[in-house]
Design a protein around this ligand. Structure first.
Ligand SMILES: Cc1cc2nc3c(=O)[nH]c(=O)nc-3n(C[C@H](O)[C@H](O)[C@H](O)COP(=O)(O)OP(=O)(O)OC[C@H]3O[C@@H](n4cnc5c(N)ncnc54)[C@H](O)[C@@H]3O)c2cc1C
Length: 293
């Protein structure tokens, strides 16, 4: 786990005041043909005063194996939509969960990820234990004419979806531009931006919002997402934006993105030094913020 928040280890998060939530729905949001299963879970929080802000994440305490002395497995999930109230007036939240598995480096066998499989197997009416909310990684900039460059892979789109929706719906004074780069292995895995569910198209404003997809050139071979190609095509424009004082870059998704993006931005900058200097300046000014896991 690696994020820019001051807390960087899962065991540092406070889980002393857990609460219950009820599953209202669980919907698969990747195509059935895609080998990757991502589900959107809608949860009613059984704690009437529960509040969260956009850009935060919530904790899930998946049941542990008592034989191994594990009370629970604690994991974080980004809030994927604006705050709302459910039918009984309870706070309602949405999270987006990718079913993960991993190959054990010793046995070579594939094992299901604990919490993501627990969450993806839930059905309406099930109850889960949660904690939080935590962190506030992505904030609306103070300057209402800021340029936002949002870069996400896979479930990294979840916080940006809520963020963009919030800006266009609730911040009428917002005059800035948003450039969203969304990476996935194939078009089938583009959450909220596929034929079935083109959620972004419902609320963005053509004048100020641009979205670009970055895909893998050979998805069947698990080739990396072509960030270099996707970013290089808008290289000059991106570099010009990065020179402006009011440009913010928010990055969310899988840890391996960091190296891939650095490589792509080095190309755009023209040299390693130029990119490293610019990125360090952006980070120092809190204008480059990452939530990578
Ligand atoms: C701020 C933040 C926000 C997040 N938001 C989201 C979100 O919106 N949606 C989402 O789906 N996820 C999100 N995550 C990731 C999420 O918290 C979990 O890490 C993820 O769901 C996997 O958990 P798991 O219990 O299923 O898998 P785990 O059982 O923890 O395994 C997951 C990974 O850990 C590694 N691993 C663990 N054990 C081994 C082992 N023995 N050998 C080899 N590798 C191993 C592997 O890389 C594997 O893929 C977020 C994380 C952070 C920090």
């Amino acid at each position: 786990m690696n994020s820019t928040s001051t807390v960087t280890h899962l065991e540092d998060y406070d889980t002393e005041q857990p609460f219950q939530a009820t599953v209202v729905s669980s919907e698969r949001i990747t195509s059935e043909e895609s080998g990757i299963e991502v589900r959107e879970l809608t949860l009613d929080v059984q704690k009437p005063d529960f509040e969260f802000q956009l850009g935060q994440s919530v904790g899930v305490l998946a049941p542990g194996n008592a034989d191994f002395g594990q009370k629970h497995h604690f994991r974080l999930y980004s809030v994927a939509d604006l705050p709302e109230r459910g039918a009984a007036g309870l706070p309602r939240i949405k999270i987006v969960v990718r079913r993960t598995s991993y190959i054990d480096k010793y046995s070579g066998e594939e094992y299901p990820g604990v919490a993501s499989n627990y969450l993806c197997n839930l059905t309406p009416g099930d109850r889960i234990t949660m904690s939080g909310p935590y962190g506030l990684a992505f904030e609306v900039p103070e300057e209402m004419d800021a340029n936002l460059i949002l870069i996400g892979t896979s479930t990294g789109i979840a916080p940006f979806r809520a963020f963009v929706k919030h800006l266009y719906r609730n911040v009428p004074e917002w005059k800035g531009t948003i450039t969203l780069f969304y990476g996935a292995r194939s078009g089938l895995e583009l959450l909220y931006m596929n034929d079935k569910n083109d959620d972004f198209a419902q609320y963005y404003d053509d004048e100020t919002f641009e979205a670009f997809k970055a895909l893998s050139p050979r998805p069947a071979w698990a080739a990396p997402i072509d960030w270099e190609g996707a970013l290089a095509q808008r290289g000059e424009k991106l570099w010009a934006l990065l020179q402006q004082p009011h440009t913010y870059v928010y990055v969310a998704g899988l840890e391996k993105m960091r190296a891939e993006l650095d490589k792509a931005f080095r190309e755009i900058a023209g040299s390693d030094e130029k990119w490293e200097r610019r990125k360090a300046e952006l980070i120092a000014g809190r204008r480059w913020v990452e939530v990578l896991y």
